[in-house]
Ligand binder design. Structure first.
Ligand code: ATP
Length: 243
C-alpha cells in the first residue's frame, strides 16, 4: 500500500473567539477522489484553507507527503504540489484570463514549463482558450470556476483541492466541470473536494468525510454514504422519502 499523500489530524482553527473547525481528521490517498461534505458553516472552507496555509491552525497537524506543513505559509505549500481552487475564486478581475493563469505558475522553479501547462489548461477548458485575452471580470460564473481551477493547475499540483466547484452554477456547467474533474483523475491527479452538493460529490468520491459544526462526524466509501438515507437526513439535511 502506498502511504497517503495528505494526513490531517485533529485540526482546529479559531477566528478570534469563534471556532472555525474544532476537530477535523482526514486522509487522502494517492490517486483518490476524497469528498468533504457538510452543510453551510460546517467547516469545509476553513479546513481547505488551513491545509493550503491561508489560515493558521490553532491545533492539530497537516502532514503532506510525510512532511509536517502545519502553519506553513501558502506560497511554501503550493510550491510543494498542493493547490487550492478557492471558494469565491479570488481572481484578479482586471487581469486577463491568461494573466490569471500565469499567476498560478509563479511558484514553479522551471518557468520553461509554463507554455505546456497553459496548453494543458486550454485543452481541458477550451472556453478559457477562447477568452484568453478577456478580463476575468467579464467571465460568467462557470468560466470563473474554470479559471480558478486552471490557475490552480498551473502550479502542476499532485493534489488539487476544490472548494465547492458546483456552487451557483447551472446544471449543464456543473456536469461539464465534473467531467473535467473525472478526466484529471484519470490522468493521475488526486482530488480533495468540498461540496454541499452531496449526491454529486458522492457519485465521484472514492471516500467521503462528513463535517458537522467543525468536526468530522462520519466517514466512509462514497458509494456506502450515498446509499445510507439516514446519514443523509441526519448529517446532511437532505430530505428522504417516507412511506
Ligand atoms: P460554507 O459552505 O458556507 O462556506 P463551510 O462548511 O465551508 O460553509 P466555513 O466557511 O469553514 O464552513 O465556516 C466554519 C465556521 O467558521 C462557521 O461557523 C463560520 O461562521 C466561521 N467562519 C468562517 N470564516 C470566518 C471568518 N473569517 N471570521 C469568523 N468566523 C468565520
Amino acid at each position: 500500500m502506498t502511504a497517503p499523500l495528505l494526513r490531517v489530524a485533529k485540526l482546529a482553527v479559531r477566528y478570534g473567539d469563534l471556532v472555525g473547525v474544532a476537530d477535523v481528521s482526514l486522509t487522502v490517498p494517492q490517486g483518490a477522489v476524497v469528498a468533504l461534505l457538510g452543510s453551510n458553516g460546517a467547516g469545509k472552507t476553513t479546513t481547505l484553507n488551513a491545509i493550503a496555509g491561508l489560515v493558521a491552525p490553532a491545533g492539530g497537524t497537516v502532514v503532506w507527503r510525510d512532511r509536517d506543513i502545519t502553519g506553513k505559509p501558502a506560497y511554501a505549500i503550493v510550491s510543494t504540489g498542493l493547490a487550492l481552487a478557492p471558494e469565491g475564486w479570488r481572481l484578479f478581475v482586471q487581469q486577463t484570463v491568461e494573466q490569471n493563469l500565469r499567476l498560478g505558475a509563479t511558484v514553479l522553479p522551471d518557468k520553461k514549463r509554463v507554455p505546456a501547462l497553459l496548453e494543458r489548461v486550454f485543452t481541458l477548458f477550451p472556453r478559457l482558450a477562447e477568452r484568453r485575452r478577456q478580463r476575468a471580470g467579464t467571465l460568467s460564473g462557470g468560466e470563473r470556476q474554470m479559471l480558478a481551477t486552471g490557475r490552480a493547475l498551473m502550479s502542476d499540483p499532485k493534489l488539487l483541492m476544490l472548494d465547492e466547484p458546483s456552487l451557483g452554477l447551472a446544471p449543464a456547467v456543473v456536469e461539464s466541470m465534473y467531467d473535467t474533474l473525472g478526466r484529471l483523475r484519470r490522468e493521475g491527479l488526486t482530488l480533495l473536494l468540498a461540496e454541499q452538493a452531496v449526491e454529486l460529490a458522492l457519485e465521484v468520491a472514492d471516500y467521503a468525510y462528513v463535517l458537522q459544526t467543525g468536526r468530522t462526524v462520519l466517514e466512509g466509501p462514497g458509494a456506502q454514504l450515498a446509499d445510507d438515507k439516514d446519514v443523509q437526513r441526519i448529517y446532511l439535511g437532505l430530505e428522504t422519502e417516507t412511506r
